[in-house]
Design a protein. Structure first.
Length: 258
């Protein structure tokens, strides 16, 4: 069975331990998904020179944030890795150069904060793929296309970031009214997704003021392009969750091939 592709807006690390509409939507999604062979996560929080994949048998849980309460730092997501699969991916994905990482990384909160809701038993092997930050939007979309073949091996491709992510203008009330520009850009993305206008999403996202405010830096946008690229052009984007948090964060989550 071909594995699906997910893009999950992860937002604040506190969502990892929250009980809200968003986390319940992820839990519902997890109950509907067939168990994949493995999960390959592209997170906004592993930014590198070059493209790297975790190559550890037991990746560590990384708490890559500060200033949050102790219960969040106590969270562990003990999913196994799969070094053999990492080597297979390196060999099969020839459109980009994939390097093996034995010690630098593990599972950051872009991965475990969402996976602990979708796959709470932590029994599915998880690998992370880094973001090559010296490359542009087209590179990351094409890299996603090169990962699509892994779906036929039972590997679920997961992009974890946010379509709208502006921390400079954030309001710390989760229920704060979204900025008009944030709602405008999120709606633009939803419209282009519905039409599967991938070209516009790759090339035009930051051509408007709303887009530039929504993507002030690209690291939370790039995982969305990986998911978009890994989805077959004929696959419809299915909305898993659709809301805003903290006025300037889109929590939109979508799936392909669900």
């Amino acid at each position: 069975m071909r594995a699906p592709v997910l893009f999950i807006g992860h937002g604040s690390p506190m969502n990892a331990i929250a009980d809200n509409e968003y986390t319940r939507a992820l839990q519902d999604l997890g109950r509907k998904l067939a168990r994949p062979r493995a999960i390959l996560c592209v997170s906004a929080h592993w930014m590198t020179e070059g493209t790297w994949i975790t190559h550890q048998a037991q990746p560590r849980t990384i708490h890559d944030f500060y200033g949050f309460p102790k219960p969040l730092f106590d969270v562990r997501y003990p999913a196994p890795g799969d070094p053999g699969l990492a080597e297979e991916i390196k060999a099969r994905v020839t459109d980009i150069t994939v390097n093996l990482d034995d010690e630098q990384w593990g599972l950051d909160h872009g991965a475990w904060s969402v996976l602990r809701h979708i796959f709470p038993d932590a029994d599915v092997p998880v690998l992370q793929l880094s973001l090559h930050m010296e490359r542009d939007e087209r590179f990351h979309y094409v890299a996603g296309r090169s990962l699509a073949k892994l779906r036929d091996l039972g590997v679920l491709i997961l992009g974890s970031g946010n379509i709208v992510h502006n921390l400079r203008l954030i309001k710390w009330d989760d229920a704060a009214e979204p900025y008009p520009w944030a709602s405008e850009f999120d709606a633009w993305v939803a419209t282009k997704l519905a039409a599967r206008d991938d070209a516009a999403l790759v090339h035009d996202a930051r051509s408007s003021e709303a887009g530039r405010l929504s993507i002030p830096t690209p690291e939370h946008w790039y995982p969305f392009l990986y998911a978009l690229g890994a989805a077959d052009p004929a696959e419809r984007a299915e909305t898993v969750y659709d809301a805003m948090q903290n006025a300037s964060i889109s929590m939109r989550c979508v799936g392909f091939g669900l």
